[in-house]
Design a protein around this ligand. Sequence first.
Ligand code: PBG
Length: 323
Amino acid sequence: MPFPVYRPRRLRESPLMRSMVRETSLRIDDFVYPLFAVHGRGVREPISSMPGQYRLSIDELLKECKDAASMGIPAVLLFGLPRDKDPRGTEAYAEDGIIQQAVRAVKDTIPDLLVITDVCLCEYTSHGHCGVVEDGMVKNDPSLELIARTAVSHAEAGADMVAPSDMMDGRVGAIREALDEASLVETPIMAYSAKYASCFYGPFREAAQSTPQFGDRRSYQMDPANGLEAMREIALDVEEGADIILVKPAMPYLDIIQRARQEFNLPIAAYQVSGEYSMIVAAARNGWLDLDGAMVESLTSIKRAGADLIITYFAKTMAKRLS
Ligand code: PBG
């Protein structure tokens, strides 16, 4: 049906017509809201590289969680900043670690909000790497035990789901086995399966004070040039027992989200990371981009590519807009 018989503009004429034929729409329950927990009381420390985001002590974190839940946001993703860092990231799996305390507090106060925890060592290690360092190298197998211990301690504190982001080989299987041994068979794993070694994590590393003290993360996170490898990574995580697979970052990797959607039948999450957020906010602050427009368009593109869940620092702003 070529022009003039078919005129695509007919269905674009009015807002009502457009909304009737719209293929993708965002809903509040698509979103997961990431938050940063710190020790102390009354702490609400702005993160300079991520305007509108804060490091929160547990009392302040609870306010933020109540707010999020009342807006209909289904889940938060918690990151923790420890009191002290050491080579083995001890606080990551300590019973009274910052995340363990935060999870207990949120589940006690707001039982209806799902609490997902980021499982990684990089915020807790003095060297800032996501695993154990020996001879100047990040060692895979010795890291698995600590990562699995971290996941179990989060689940024991009451986390509804654990989300390993370290990219060590075999960690999903190690976590599943450890959870099952601890009778935590019901706790799902959201695996950061295709996590790229991306410069877009820059603002987060300031927020979480997790910049590697030597080298970079390219020996464990994926090369941004690889797509087939992402499918292999996801397949491994699925075999090892992942319940949700995650692609990260989101907007520079829409092709990966789409391929994952075509090849796998598990729910797919995508993480609109700190750099994606800060880039939009910074451009808007300079008057170069419309904040609302860029936020909605970026999130819509991620959903259109095939994401079922979107982790985004815009979750609250989006929830306000959608209500
Ligand atoms: C921890 C972790 C990182 C992010 C999520 N979990 C940082 C990293 O891998 O360096 C990034 C999140 C963001 O940029 O918003 N490994």
